[in-house]
Each structure stands twice: as C-alpha cells, then as structure tokens.
Design a protein around this ligand. Structure first.
Ligand SMILES: CC(C)(COP(=O)(O)OP(=O)(O)OC[C@H]1O[C@@H](n2cnc3c(N)ncnc32)[C@H](O)[C@@H]1OP(=O)(O)O)[C@@H](O)C(=O)NCCC(=O)NCCS
Length: 203
C-alpha cells in the first residue's frame, strides 16, 4: 500500500508544478499549458496563501512529490455554481499526477479518497464533493469512481467544447469499494485527446 501524504502548496512548489503543467498528459486532462512561468505564478501564486478561495496541496507518494490537488467551495465561483446547480456545502476538486512514472499505478483513486476523508470532509460544513473531468477523460472518471464518486450530470462550460462529466460523492459515501475492471482500451484515441484538451476550465 503506497504511503500518501498531503502538504499545503507553497511558494517553493511553484517551479515543480509549472514543470508538471507542461507535461502532455496534464495538458490533455487538466488545463492548457501556461505560456510562461510568470503566467503560471500569477494564477497559482495566490493559492499558496491561506486567504485564497482555492486551497491547494501537493501530494507525496512514498516520500516523493507526485502531484497536485486543489479544493474550493463551489459557491465562491458564481458561474460554475450556476452551471452545476451545486447546492451550499459543495466542494469541487481538481487534481493531476505530475510524474509520468506514477501514472497507471492506481494511485489517483487512493489519493482522492484520502483527500476527501482528510481534507474536504474534515470541514463539517461540506456535504458533498464534485469533480468535473471532460467526458472523454476515462482515466479520471474511473479514478473518481474508485474513490466513491458517481456520475451526476453533464455540463457544457462553453458552446463547442467538450462537456464535463460532473461526478459527485456525498459525505457519507466511502471510496475504493469497486473492483478493477478488465479493459482492452487503455489509451485515449487521438480524437478523444483533442476533445479532452478543449474541455478544460480555468479555475
Ligand atoms: C486522471 C489521472 C489522475 C489518473 O491517475 P492514475 O493514478 O494514473 O489512474 P489509475 O492508475 O487509477 O487508472 C485509472 C483507471 O482508469 C482506467 N482507464 C485508463 N484508461 C482508460 C480508458 N481509455 N477507458 C476506460 N478506463 C480507462 C484504468 O484501467 C484504471 O482503472 P482500473 O484501476 O479499474 O483498471 C491521471 O491520468 C492524470 O493526472 N491525468 C491528467 C490530469 C487529469 O486528467 N486530471 C483530472 C481532472 S478532473
């Protein structure tokens, strides 16, 4: 069982996260690559502070930095709250595994489950957690399912872009009860990757 730990995202992590944001799988599933380090610092720098609406964390696996995960109250982002119809007490998470060597090891489901139990639901005001992978992002959807999320609704952030498959886990649900499925399709098709790239939000 891998040892998973979280620590608050700090100024010393900006360079590492910048490098991860350039990795093809992160660009595909998480967000378009930043044009420059300055642009990335302008967006992520404020997330190193406690007063920011986005609470950001690094996660470590067996002692090494493996990825980034963030959480925010959906109500703090009016447009997204309206689009999802998420009620009060709903937190949204976004995440990625940074290191290629950590992909495909079944880590994401464990990281997400631990993050919900240790961080998100540690706040008694939080009743539900959602995440919005692009509908073609099968790895993320499956990882969320393994962490106890269920498909909730489809939301199209922008006309012409891929819809988000908004997934939801309520407070009293436990993750990691689903046995792995055997699938012959382990790679996204080129078309799906292009589709996924168009789907990303900017929070
Ligand atoms: C999404 C991400 C976190 C998954 O991390 P991971 O630890 O490599 O995922 P896992 O090893 O648990 O694999 C995910 C599951 O998806 C399955 N999977 C992979 N490709 C698939 C496909 N094309 N169709 C169906 N299932 C697929 C895997 O088989 C695995 O399920 P299993 O354990 O039941 O066999 C990682 O790929 C990542 O960081 N991607 C970029 C950022 C991103 O997409 N973030 C999500 C934003 S909401």
């Amino acid at each position: 069982m891998p040892r998973i730990e979280f620590r608050r995202f700090g100024p010393d992590d900006l360079q590492q996260v910048f490098l991860w944001l350039l990795r093809p799988h992160v660009v595909r599933g998480y967000a378009p690559a930043p044009d420059s380090f300055m642009e990335m610092v302008a967006k992520f720098g404020p997330r190193t502070r406690d007063d920011n609406a986005v609470r950001a964390f690094m996660f470590c696996v067996d002692g090494h930095d493996a990825g980034y995960i963030q959480a925010y109250d959906v109500a703090a982002f009016d447009d997204y709250a309206a689009m999802t119809g998420a009620g009060a007490g709903t937190t949204c998470i976004d995440f990625f595994i940074g290191e290629d060597a950590d992909l495909g090891r079944g880590l994401a489901g464990r990281v997400i489950d631990r993050f919900l139990n240790e961080v998100v639901f540690a706040d008694p005001a939080v009743q539900a957690c959602i995440a919005g992978p692009g509908e073609g992002n099968k790895e993320a959807i499956r990882a969320l399912e393994k962490a106890g999320f269920r498909r909730w609704k489809m939301v199209r952030i922008k006309e012409g872009q891929e819809a988000e498959c908004v997934m939801r886990r309520d407070r009293d649900v436990q993750g990691l009860r689903i046995a792995p499925v055997v699938t012959g399709v382990l790679a996204l098709s080129t078309a799906r990757r292009a589709f996924a790239r168009a789907a990303q939000r900017t929070i």
